[in-house]
Structure formats: C-alpha cells, structure tokens
Design a protein. Structure first.
Length: 171
C-alpha cells in the first residue's frame, strides 16, 4: 500500500467509532498473521487505559460437539484479551518489541453456551511492562489474568485464564 493510500485509509477509519476500528485491526491481524483468530470473529467491546473486553460470538464455527464453546475458541479469546492491549501499546512506540505468550493456564468452570466476553483489567500493568521492555535489552515477563463470562447465561465466570506475556526489544 502506498503512503497516500495509507493516509486515506486512516482518514476513512477515523470516521468510525474506536471499538469498530479496533475490531477491524484485530480481524485484519488475524486474517494476515493468525487465521485462527480471524476464524473466531473476535470483536473489541471496550478498550480503555485499565481494561479490555473482547467478545467471541457463539456460532457453529466456535461450538464443540456438545453444543458449548470449544476450548480452542475460548483460548483464542483469552489470547486476544491479553495480547491486543500490549500490541496496541507496542505499535505506538518507536522501538520494535516482540510479543509472545510463554504459557497458558486455563480453568474451565462451566459450559459456555452463548457469546463469551473476555475481561482483562491489567491495562496499566501491561503498559508498565511494555515501557520496561522498551528500556531493557532483557526479556520481561508478566502473568496476565483473563476472565470469561457469558452474560446471557449467568454473571459468574465460565472460565479463567492466566497467560504469561513475554516481551523483548528486538536488537
């Protein structure tokens, strides 16, 4: 894409609400880099300095054979909630920082039988980690906690995830 096309695209996107722009960016990233994310059709419901909420719709593509959400789709939602916040902060910096998850721990509490919302309330901590990674030549890690809920089903979480976010400035 030429520089002029890129500027035109940015102007057009500014006409839309921020959550829509974030959703388009997330889906584009999924389409070009991680097709599994694109396949689950994630949406950004909220993205603030403190919190991110991602929604994975409950549909044929995300169901398992028992009629609840497949654990792979649930894990993809947790990945989005923990990773998108860090990705947005990294893109705003001049340093090139590499992002990866070192591990994932999941606790599945109930069957998810509706659209699942993934909540992560560690925005400020993730921002501090990104700043630390930008100033250091060492890899920095942090545990990120994500809670999955199905509002149409109940107020209790259906799953809890802990992902270790690992960042390193590219040398």
């Amino acid at each position: 894409m030429t520089r002029m096309q890129n500027q035109i695209l940015k102007r057009i996107l500014k006409l839309f609400p921020e959550n829509f722009r974030n959703t388009i960016s997330l889906r584009y990233f999924g389409f070009t880099k991680i097709p599994m994310l694109f396949f689950t059709r994630p949406s950004v419901v909220a993205l603030t300095a403190d919190r991110i909420v991602i929604k994975i719709p409950f549909r044929r593509r995300t169901k398992n054979h028992l009629g609840s959400m497949y654990f792979g789709a649930l894990s993809a939602g947790a990945d989005c909630a923990a990773g998108l916040y860090a990705m947005n902060l990294i893109q705003k910096r001049s340093e090139h920082i590499l992002l990866i998850f070192k591990d994932l721990k999941a606790e599945f509490l109930k069957r998810a039988e509706g659209d699942v919302y993934f909540h992560c309330d560690q925005g400020r901590e993730i921002a501090n980690l990104v700043a630390e990674a930008a100033q250091s030549d060492e890899r920095v890690d942090m545990s990120i906690h994500v809670e999955a809920k199905v509002p149409s089903q109940c107020d209790d979480p259906v799953a809890r995830f802990t992902l270790t976010l690992s960042l390193k400035k590219k040398s």
